[in-house]
Design a protein around this ligand. Structure first.
Ligand code: DQA
Length: 145
């Protein structure tokens, strides 16, 4: 079983970006922690980051045919704006879990709305790197169901 983890816009800057909100782990640190947990859970893992919305949409389309059984996505600011990414995710039959490092509900009002919520099984926010790890556990559990 393969799980796809998608990182959206600006998330390549983790470790150098607003450490009060996002901590000091880099994207490579996050991907390494995810790879370790995937091995423990006995699942395959692919990760992808882009700052280009169309590239993200195209990577989601690929997931339809590449054996992806579950998706974990931190879409960054696209979470609050991108109906294009939500529509792409809606094409998939694999379950989608939305994650955020920061507690978006305790931040500015524009972060309280997720346009991805309509296509997500659920969301996990506010636990830093652990949000991703919990998201991976949720995606695996949903895919195994
Ligand atoms: C984020 C929260 C978003 O509101 C923000 O635009 C990000 C990161 C998070 O992981 O907490 O880029 O998705």
């Amino acid at each position: 079983m393969n799980i796809l983890v998608l990182h959206g816009v600006n998330l390549n800057m983790f470790g150098r970006r607003d450490p009060a909100q996002y901590g000091t782990a880099t994207l490579a640190d996050i991907d390494a922690a995810l790879a370790a947990l995937a091995a423990e859970l006995g699942v395959g893992l692919s990760t992808f980051q882009t700052n280009h919305e169309g590239e993200m949409v195209e990577r989601i389309h690929q997931a339809l045919d590449d054996g992806t059984a579950g998706v974990v996505i931190n879409a960054g600011a696209w979470t609050h704006t991108s109906h294009a990414i939500a529509d792409a995710l809606a094409i998939l039959t694999a379950p989608v879990v939305e994650v955020h490092m920061s507690n978006v509900h305790a931040r500015e009002p524009f972060r309280h709305e997720s346009v991805l919520a309509r296509v997500s099984a659920g969301s996990i926010a506010g636990f830093g790197v652990m949000s991703y790890l919990l998201g991976l556990r949720a995606a695996v559990a949903l895919a195994r169901r």
